[in-house]
Structure formats: structure tokens, C-alpha cells
Design a protein around this ligand. Sequence first.
Ligand SMILES: NC(=O)c1ccc[n+]([C@@H]2O[C@H](COP(=O)([O-])OP(=O)(O)OC[C@H]3O[C@@H](n4cnc5c(N)ncnc54)[C@H](O)[C@@H]3O)[C@@H](O)[C@H]2O)c1
Length: 357
Amino acid sequence: MDVAVLGASGDCGREIAAQLVAARLLAPTECLQLVGRQEGPSARLLHGFTCDLVDAHAEYVPELAVALRPEDVVADVWIVAAGGTMPTQGGPVTDRATLARSNAQVFQTYASALARYGNGTELVVVVSNPVELGVAIFAEAIGRERVIGIGAYQDTLRFRREIAADLGVRRQRVGGFMLGEHGAAQVPVWSSVTLHGLTAGEVSQTITTLRHGTEQDDFDSLCQAARAHMETLLALGQVAEAFAWLDQLPPDARVVLKPLLTHFSGAKTVRATANVTVDLVATLLDGREMLIAGQVEVHSGEFYELTGPLGVPVIVGPEGIRRIVEIPLTEQEHLRMTKIATEVNTKVGVWRAREKE
Ligand SMILES: NC(=O)c1ccc[n+]([C@@H]2O[C@H](COP(=O)([O-])OP(=O)(O)OC[C@H]3O[C@@H](n4cnc5c(N)ncnc54)[C@H](O)[C@@H]3O)[C@@H](O)[C@H]2O)c1
């Protein structure tokens, strides 16, 4: 199988390409295409990056190729990491709406090229933000079965890790999903949390302790207040103090805020993002079937009555989405998912209308 990384000159794209090669997921006869733009520095940089990858991994490096036009991209799996991101310190792009303005065109350009020149079986993994917008645009162009956004996959792994950290256990011993929208409007599905070796009663007691008495209804206000304080500490240059302060919040709030602090610290969330992307691509290349959380285009009746691009539990396999899995939700969780789905659909509708103007 061949893989293309769109935006391979960027921080995430380069790390994804490097981790893909280091993980030896592609045989030397398979191709890793590094995709950039004819204008800008990527046309130069990607040739240098290719040489660096070969130097580092000469014994098992796959065939490497540079593509600088959307119509030249040829691969079984397209990883979309192209487009703008939030600045790490101030700057013009500050929210997802602004990001949507610049990235909608990038999504549309590659989606149109794939619809026109693809063979009808390629899979698309959307990393770029807003993930929901990318999923909506690619799903419309090539059919939703072949398009998965990694936002909820990433958020779910973070949710499990934060819970595991508080309990002093390994992440593998924790189950549970973080659904909804990638970003601030996540839905921590505490009712889906499982802890290996504990009974349902023990899990329930443990969760009450972990949540510090907070409820689903408190989640937004808690995250907003915490973000304001985190930004105050950041403005004072107190990054270590900000991380320490975040650590005393409940795990679900940390899932929302720690990646932001990591981004604004200047480190960005590049390695973890590449790690989950490569993990998902490994599953797809392997022909395995796996239950993950991911952003997909949901049809009515598949996950309650919700529709549109949303982070939900989904079984993926080598041909893409096999099935969306409707897990039980509490009334509060269901209400929050419904509210977020409505908001996401409104936003994506506005962003897409603006892009078509
Ligand atoms: N889903 C997640 O969990 C997650 C995590 C981190 C970053 N992201 C998103 O991933 C995207 C990339 O982030 P980054 O930190 O690598 O940004 P970056 O600015 O470092 O890199 C973006 C790259 O895209 C390239 N690019 C722009 N337009 C292009 C086009 N038309 N064709 C090919 N390449 C193009 C740019 O040249 C640049 O090299 C952003 O949208 C960011 O928000 C998502």
C-alpha cells in the first residue's frame, strides 16, 4: 500500500512521515509520497527532507517521492496534514472559524483532485483542523465511508491517559470515549469508562472521586474558567506553573486544556498527533478491524438521531468505515452530544457557504 502525506513540509506532516518510516509500516517497494505546494518553501524543503529520511533509515526506507500538485497525488491512504494552524504565540489565526477560512480551500482542492483522479478505494485520514470541516468536504467528494478524522481518536486516548495517570495505572487498563467536536466542544462520556479489574460499582465510585464532584453540565464553564486562568499564567511566562495548575483539574478538563497549553508553549502537539495518526494508518494497512473514536459523517439513526461530521465510536477496517457504534449515553451526555452536533452542523454549513462564495 502507498501512503501520501499532504502538508509533509509542516510540523505535523514531517513528524507523521518520519514516524511512518521509523515504524517500518511500508515495505521498500511501497511508496511514501510527500506532498507540498509548488509555491512557498515546501518545493525545496521536501527534497532535503527526503534525503534526510533516507540517511536515517536507509536499510528499510520505502520509496520516497515528492508531489507538488494535487493531481499528482497517488496513494491508497491520504493523510491530510496540510493547511494553517493556530500560531503558538499571538498572530493572525486565533480561532477555528479563521482556520476554517484558510483550510476549506485546501480541503476542497485535494478532495476534488481525489474525486477526479482517484480509483475509488483510497482512504482519507484528516488531521488538519477544523477536522469536522475536512471530513465534511472529503466525505461529500468521495463518499463518507472512506473518510476518518483523527480528532476524537486523539481525544479519547488522552482521556484514557489522564484517567490512568490519576489512578497510577497504565493507559491500556482504561476504556472510555471522548466524543463530539475536536477542540473545546468535546463530550467526555464518563458512562463509557471501564477500569480493568474493577466492578461497575467500584468504577462508579472511582469516577466520582476523579471528577471532583463535577457534572456534565459543569464541563463548559469549568473549561472556560480554567482556560482564562491558564492564559493569565501563560501571559506571565509561567508555563511550568500553568501545567502544574492544570494537573489538579479533573481528567476531562485536562484533555481539553493540556493540548492547548502544549501548543502555546511552542512545543505544539506534533508527536502525539503523529503517533495516533500512524497508529490508525497501521490498522488500516494491516487489514485489521478496530473500534475507535473518530470524526465521521454520521447519518440519522446510526448514532441516535444525530447527523453530520461528529466524533463517534466507529469500527474501521481496510476499506474504511464499517459501522458506527451507538453506545449507551446518559441523558446529560445525550443532551450535550445533540447540542454539539447542532452547533457543528451550523458552523460547518456557514464555513462551506463562505468557501463557495
Ligand atoms: N487533529 C489533531 O489532533 C491535530 C493536532 C495538531 C495539529 N492539527 C492540525 O494539523 C494541521 C497542520 O498543523 P502543523 O502544526 O503541521 O502546521 P504547519 O503550519 O507546521 O504545517 C502546515 C503545512 O501545510 C502546508 N500547506 C499549506 N497549504 C498546502 C497545500 N495546499 N498543499 C500542500 N501543503 C500545504 C504548509 O506549507 C505547511 O508546511 C493544522 O490544521 C493543525 O490545526 C491537528
